[in-house]
Write a protein that binds this ligand. Sequence first.
Ligand code: FAD
Length: 462
Amino acid sequence: TEGGVDCDVVVIGAGPGGYSAAFRAADLGLKVILIEKHQTLGGVCLNVGCIPSKALLHLVAVKEEAERLAVPGISFSPPQVSLDAIVKFKQATVARLTGGLSQMTKMRKVEVIIGTAEFLSSDALNVSTAEGGRAVRFRKCIIAAGSAAAHIPVLPDDPRVVNSTGALELPFVPKRMLVVGGGIIGLEMATIYGGLGATVDVVERLEGLLPGVDRDGVDIWRKQNNHRFGEIAVGAQVTSAVATPSGIKVTVQGTTSFEREYDLVLQSVGRRPNGAALGLDRVDVACDKRGFIVVDEQMRTSAPNIFAIGDIAGEPMLAHKAIHEGHVAAEVCAGLKSAFDATVVPNVAYTNPEIAWVGLTEELAKQSGAAVSVSRFPWAASGRAIANGAAYGATKLIFDKGTKRVVGGMIVGPGAGDMIGEICLAIEMGADATDMAKTIHPHPTLGETIGMAAEVEKGVCT
Ligand code: FAD
């Protein structure tokens, strides 16, 4: 190990958690080194996650919207899909953002080392770079090494069996595709491939798609999506899969059973933390049974000068949670009294239509015995939703029965992800039904349905 460097804070991993932590620490006057094993910064989110998936989802949503316009009276000739051009658009979107990040590290004087980091002791790392090993001595370390897709053992090792990274490369549009796992990532990829012309089947082991999401929302989503997909099998799993020259022959068993051959199989059954290769045992950083690093509300691990943030520090594995935690860890490193005290972390499935939810769901409230009241506003009563062809959508708010404060919300329909932020703010501010109902929303908008849902709450207007 040669060419050792010293710093106040070293950050392992340049995903949304890591770059946010590095930038905040540098802004607070600390000397920061950011280590990333891939050539580009941005982690899973920018390179093979949030951003490329949204670029592709945007294209298929526009295509489907154009097709739908034939009914109200504007028709186009059938769309021509150029896979090469689509892949270029996706790459350009990612490159613009990762390039921007690189610029920002320079502006903030954050030193970037491209290489793989491993702990030597509680104040030193070795980084394996293309030029050999490099020692980094640090006062504080923030681990932001992220997660990787889990593998399903029953699926064969074959180029036609991919995870989300392989699927986002968009190698070809299969005739028939199987998505194993009906969570957010699986359904987003199914939306992309279905939109490009594949017949997509989905298999989910649990009794329903999108586990944990409000069932009314999922039911609306299903009604809107039945025509987009082949078979959606819930309460079923892949029991065998064999690679043959013509495809991957898969047997599915459960509440629905079938055997079918697929041109492409996507495994999207969750993600696992990337802790194994970091040498955590040398620094006494404790992990839980699933391999997530255990942290307190200041993001501090069991080693007092080492912090962990983002996917490697536990669920929910979402970029905005990683960013928030990155800021907390950096501020604590700089001596500030910050802590993770967010009440809620929102979730969005950027499918067609989108489903966004935050806080308590009706089902969770029932399970925990929490006394809540539920207000629903069906978009069939929203002028803008009808004008936009989205009358099937819905907005739902969950209020604490005693205080009338909002404790949860769900929106299904176009733009749901952009609108859920208002409900997050309302929950964080302790807003009650009257605050939300009496806030003037612009008319006619889909966002107005949030105020209207609050108005439905008993006692607000009656
Ligand atoms: P990561 O982004 O995983 O970054 C970790 C980085 O650490 C990686 O770049 C890795 O190369 C590096 N690293 C690991 N070990 C080492 C080492 N030893 N030395 C040096 N570097 C190392 N979330 C959302 O909020 N919204 C979305 O729309 C969304 N869409 C997604 C779509 C897909 C297909 C996928 C897979 C994920 C999506 N996510 C989304 C989840 C989101 O990508 C993650 O929650 C987020 O990237 C986590 O950030 P992170 O900083 O913890 O880790």
